[in-house]
Design a protein around this ligand. Structure first.
Ligand SMILES: *[C@@H]1O[C@H](CO)[C@@H](O)[C@H](O)[C@H]1NC(C)=O
Ligand SMILES: *[C@@H]1O[C@H](CO)[C@@H](O)[C@H](O)[C@H]1NC(C)=O
Length: 494
């Protein structure tokens, strides 16, 4: 052997600097190019205080947006009820400016707003106060979802508030070149209340808060080349890839700077049978406070019934720079990598992941899993049955920071949930990448993600990046922190 295992692992250890999006995302023309015609719902049969704004939205779309390229469908500030769902299909170079708050009243299934086959599209509120109130407490798991964007290209969704959907909140369905940011999503403390589910390719999701008890920002099949960063899962179920079934094709995904407060897991890849692959994925810089699970790969996830197939093949998955604690280390392993016996995981890299438990019990659990870290076997090979090992508190573990605004518990399922305001920080020490629209942050065209700046004012904040190959932000840490090298690509203020 010419290489040492350590060198090999270092080479395959991916870096936060690696591009995962394959080009620019977001609308392809400037916001001003969508304001040639303003299609105001108040001119199409709508009124502030309307008992059903749906028909006016549909009419403004059919009779104005579709007939005038470069238009904005405008819902002015104010309160509206909605009982008729809309499908806004087939327009290009257009915007949906939702400055008002729409409240669901009907219980028809489906989606309150579907945007389909849009191209060069922007959906936003200019006052960062518009959105949809689902009042799901009135029809729990028996009503519409709030927003679905289907097979659309080059779009953005930002500065919106989605509250208490009876079902899922936001779904990006087989779309591409999207940018989704500055959102507040607040569901009830119950399953079936997904925050954002995304499939497709080239989607950049950043600066989003989710409260609920199901998916935070979760990747569905098929997916490739998504970048997901600065997500605040505030008493949420936690983010995931899955659940996965047959024909899974998911690759080139990066999650970084993910902050979990309470909830189910810091991250989970979940399946039970099925086939296909998940490969080339990086989970970097995660913080978790009091989650039930933490690092969780579960190829025998018992919440779904077993699907035909040998199991989904997981390869080249890196978890780096994590710090967090679970609630009960006796009941659950903080590091759990359980892979399918007939499709063992390979190249699972666990690097600088410091996990502990409130009750000071540490356990690793591995099954049919190969790679480095925790109880993973090195190299590759066949399936093996679950091994559980105890560990002592990692020397580098430190209790993760709290953010003002962390929720102590989720929202009740049987009473109204108030509309929050959108935060300007979604990860400790990192300001949002784009200012809120109300603070002048409206984008003017296509965006490309940059390296995360480590913080404002020339110094990097606690936990922010402060160095590494390709990094261009501040290299000095705010007092009293120092810049600690994790690897060639990443240094962090600790
Ligand atoms: C592993 O995944 C990373 C991140 O996507 C990628 O940069 C790297 O090339 C992959 N390594 C291999 C051996 O495929
Ligand atoms: C997280 O909790 C804080 C405190 O209640 C709140 O301000 C913030 O809006 C919450 N996030 C969401 C998405 O509800």
């Amino acid at each position: 052997m010419m290489w040492l295992p350590a060198t090999f692992l270092f080479l395959i250890g991916a870096t936060p600097a690696l591009a995962q999006l394959t080009g620019s995302v977001g609308p392809t023309t400037a916001a001003s190019a969508k304001r040639n015609t303003i299609c105001n719902v108040l001119s199409y049969g709508g009124s502030v205080g309307s008992s059903d704004i749906g028909p006016a939205i549909q009419s403004a779309f059919n009779n104005c947006v579709l007939k005038n390229k470069g238009s904005t469908l405008y819902v002015p500030a104010g309160n509206y009820n909605m009982a008729t769902w809309v499908t806004l299909n087939g327009a290009s170079q257009w915007a949906l400016q939702l400055d008002g708050v729409i409240t669901r009243t009907a219980t028809t299934g489906g989606h309150m707003i579907i945007v389909q086959n849009a191209n060069d599209f922007e959906m936003y509120s200019s006052n960062s106060a518009g959105g949809i109130q689902g009042n799901g407490y009135q029809c729990r798991n028996a009503g519409p979802r709030l927003l679905r964007v289907i097979t659309s290209t080059s779009f953005s969704v930002h500065d919106l508030i989605f509250v208490d959907s009876p079902e899922f909140h936001v779904i990006l369905d087989n779309s591409q070149k999207g940018e989704v940011y500055n959102l507040a999503i607040r569901g009830a403390d119950i399953g079936g209340s997904d925050g954002i589910d995304v499939s497709g390719s080239n989607i950049w999701i950043h600066d989003v808060e989710v409260t609920n008890r199901d998916e935070c920002v979760t990747i569905k099949n098929p997916s490739s080349n998504h970048l997901i960063e600065r997500i605040w899962c505030n008493q949420s179920g936690g983010s995931a890839i899955g659940s996965l079934g047959t024909g899974t094709t998911i690759e080139n995904i990066v999650y970084r700077d993910i902050y979990n407060v309470g909830g189910n897991q810091m991250f989970m890849i979940k399946s039970n049978g099925g086939d296909g692959y998940v490969r080339n994925v990086v989970f970097d810089n995660f913080l978790g406070l009091g989650t039930a699970y933490a690092l969780d790969i579960d190829g025998y996830w018992s919440s779904i019934s077993t699907i035909a197939g040998n199991g989904v093949q997981l390869t080249n998955i890196t978890f780096s720079n994590w710090d967090g604690y679970i609630v009960d280390g006796s009941r659950r392993a903080a590091y759990q990598v359980l892979c399918a016996d007939n499709a063992p995981c390979t190249q699972i890299n666990i690097e600088n992941v410091q996990l502990w438990a409130s009750n000071n019990v540490g356990k690793y659990a591995c099954r049919s899993a190969y790679g480095s870290g925790a109880c993973l076997k090195s190299g590759s090979g066949g399936g093996y049955s679950q091994v559980t090992e105890s560990y002592t508190k990692p020397a580098a573990y430190s209790s993760p920071p709290t953010l003002s605004g962390n929720l102590a518990s989720g929202f009740a399922t049987n009473s109204p949930i108030p509309l929050p305001t959108i935060s300007t920080t979604f990860f400790p020490g990192m300001p949002a990448i784009s200012p809120l629209a109300k603070n002048g942050g409206s984008p003017t065209g296509p965006s490309s993600p940059t390296q995360p700046a480590g913080g404002s004012g020339g110094t990097a904040a606690h936990y922010a990046q402060c160095g590494g190959q390709g990094y261009t932000g501040p290299t000095t840490c705010a007092s009293p922190y120092t810049c600690v090298v994790s690897n060639q690509y990443y240094s962090q203020c600790l």
